[in-house]
Design a protein around this ligand. Structure first.
Ligand code: F6P
Length: 324
């Protein structure tokens, strides 16, 4: 393989830049020409493609966001859009792709390979940590730490005013950000989509705390929780509880997607970027590079996106024990 391209797609995640850097520098090291595609599949369709050098990725290892920018392309979901993308890749002589993104990115890459035979190797870039085939995704650790910093700050004001806070964290259909930020932030309850925590159970925890003169409580709610988002959960609690609690809701939102990547994310991203590139060079296709038990592994795209990644339920048990 003589010429490859790298792009980021879907929601951005801290550490994506470190991953791009590893792909580009790895390619230069191995004597392969490397191109960057701006705005993911949209840029592929529009031919927003440019040659990168070792210098193009100087001074980005520490930056959040993605220098290649990102997008969720509706046009790439159509056969016409994919044809345009293929024509552009042909024009630039690109033989293989490294895609940094999440499940939507990998689904697109699989269809594209079936139609046009352009191989893609993926690196998991998403704060949600919802991909099977890697213990952690790029950006997850930073997002957890960002959420945790916010929880710590909210705890200060919750304590000063004797309030109960419902804090909503991101994660789409996954509760990974919620469980780790909740445990580290000492939450009384963590509500995740993977395991239902009924409203009645939350009411019970709050009542017990109130009877023990607990003055403030933190409930972390994953945005995809079955009982609803944090505001909806808080409303249901107000309807069902018969004690007088001062309840507030905070939705952390996109703050969780930005910021300086942690050391963990930069190192993981570097490993996965180089791993994806070298996998592509070795003839791999339709697979994602991941790290499981500290080993670099490749998992077929279809398995990373189809299987719901299980959450460790023992962590939820721990929340219950530690919040008494
Ligand atoms: O997949 C990352 C993520 O931040 C999810 O946690 C969230 O549900 C979604 O993206 C938000 O998407 P958007 O930035 O398009 O609003």
């Amino acid at each position: 393989m003589k010429r490859i391209a790298v792009f980021t797609s879907g929601g951005d995640a801290p550490g994506m830049n470190a991953c791009i850097r590893a792909v580009v520098r790895g390619a230069v090291y191995h004597g392969i020409e490397v191109f960057g595609i701006r705005r993911g599949y949209s840029g592929m369709i529009n031919g927003d493609i440019f040659q990168m050098t070792s210098h193009s990725v100087s001074n980005i290892v520490q930056r959040g966001g993605t220098v290649l920018k990102s997008a969720r392309s509706k046009e790439f979901m159509t056969p016409e859009g994919r044809k345009k993308a293929y024509d552009q890749l042909q024009k630039f002589g690109i033989e293989g792709l490294v895609a940094i993104g999440g499940n939507g990115t990998f689904t697109g890459a699989t269809i594209f390979y079936d139609e046009y035979g352009i191989p893609t190797v993926g690196a998991p870039g998403t704060i949600d940590n919802d991909l099977y085939g890697t213990d952690y995704t790029i950006g997850y650790d930073t997002a957890v730490n960002t959420a945790l910093e916010a929880i710590d700050k909210i705890r200060d004001t919750a304590d000063s005013h004797d309030r109960v806070f419902f804090i909503e964290v991101m994660g789409r259909d996954s509760g990974y950000i919620a469980i780790q930020s909740g445990i580290a932030g000492g939450a009384e309850v963590v509500m995740v989509p993977e395991v239902l925590t009924p409203i009645s159970e939350v009411v019970e925890v709050l009542k017990q705390g109130w009877h023990r003169q607990k003055s403030s409580s933190i409930i972390v709610v994953a945005e995809g929780d079955e009982e609803g988002n944090a505001a909806e959960v808080a409303e249901k609690i107000k309807e069902q509880i018969d004690i007088n609690l001062d309840i507030r809701v905070t939705t952390l939102g996109h703050i969780q997607r930005g910021g300086i990547p942690t050391a963990y994310d930069r190192i993981l991203a570097s490993r996965l970027g180089l791993g994806a590139l070298e996998g592509l060079m070795d003839g791999q296709k339709n697979v994602m590079a991941g790290v499981i038990n500290n080993e670099l592994v490749y998992t077929p795209f279809k398995d990373t996106i189809r299987l719901p990644k299980p959450i460790n339920e023992d962590l939820l048990r721990m929340v219950k024990i530690l919040s008494i």
